[in-house]
Ligand binder design. Structure first.
Ligand code: 9WO
Length: 250
């Protein structure tokens, strides 16, 4: 089999394989999966248990509430995923979805979508034995400062964010959008029919047919919303690409 035989592939290690493709199967990503634009392999961690109860977790050393996913069982599942990845001629990153990880951003999504795929480890309970993460050099990724009951919903979100960037998944429209002046800004407000709803009118300019004015209005709105809601994004944007602030300073 040639290296390029398999499309971009998400390999997901989980004790709930039936959660995949889950909601992704109903959306754009599901259409793309059917069309063979990407592939999904779920690996049931429980298949790598070695006792008659198929145990994957155990009590934490040091005491405390909850359970920890065993290093030996988890590592056998990871080894299996890595072998499948190597067999495809890939060296995909190993990712653990966890609130302790570096917070995901669009740049990392673009990198991941630009590779051959990714191997996602979904934890349950209080998490995975730290030694597996250390031994395998696992990258931890967080979607934000909140706690789920397991990594699976975060894995679904990460897959969605990557798959929509794969060539052919969305129209050319979206990829152009990514590269446009909108990059680094929050979205401008959107409106559709009816032009008046519950006494609320659509901003006049959007009905004007004046494309240059519409562009300028959308840009100004995107900038205002970014400034108001996300000063962190705004600082990067305004500092990065020849903004008015910067030009004035020069
Ligand atoms: C459970 C727990 C219980 C008591 C005290 C602290 C605790 N922390 C956790 C915990 O973080 N459990 C995680 C559950 C273990 C890894 C998988 N789980 C998970 C992933 N929850 N939330 C995420 C997640 C992933 C990505 N972005 C945001 C949240």
């Amino acid at each position: 089999m040639s290296n390029a035989a398999r499309p971009w592939t998400a390999r997901v290690l989980t004790i709930f394989p039936e959660m995949f493709p889950g909601l992704l199967g109903l959306s754009l990503a599901g259409k793309a999966l059917e069309r063979g634009l990407w592939s999904l392999q779920t690996i049931d961690i429980r298949d790598f248990a070695d006792d008659r109860h198929d145990t994957v977790d155990d009590a934490p050393f040091g005491g405390g509430a909850g359970m920890v996913m065993r290093a030996d069982v988890t590592d056998r599942a990871l080894g299996h995923a890595l072998e499948a990845d190597r067999a495809d001629g890939a060296t995909s990153p190993l990712i653990y979805l966890s609130p302790r990880g570096r917070v995901l951003d669009q740049a990392r999504c673009r990198e991941l979508a630009g590779g051959r795929g990714m191997i996602l480890l979904c934890g349950r309970y209080e998490g995975v034995d730290q030694r597996v993460l250390d031994a395998r050099g696992v990258e931890e990724i967080s979607l934000g400062d909140f706690v789920l009951s397991g990594g699976e919903p975060a894995a679904l979100a990460l897959i969605d964010a990557c798959v929509r960037l794969l060539p052919g998944v969305m129209g050319a429209e979206a990829s152009l959008d990514e590269e446009s002046f909108q990059a680094g800004l929050l979205e401008y407000p959107h409106y559709t029919r009816p032009a008046e709803w519950c006494g609320r009118a659509v901003p006049e300019v959007l009905l004007s047919g004046h494309h240059e004015k519409i562009r300028a209005w959308r840009r100004a709105e995107a900038e205002r919303i970014t400034r108001e809601r996300r000063p962190d994004l705004w600082a990067r944007y305004a500092g990065g690409n020849g903004s008015a602030d910067r030009k004035e300073a020069e």
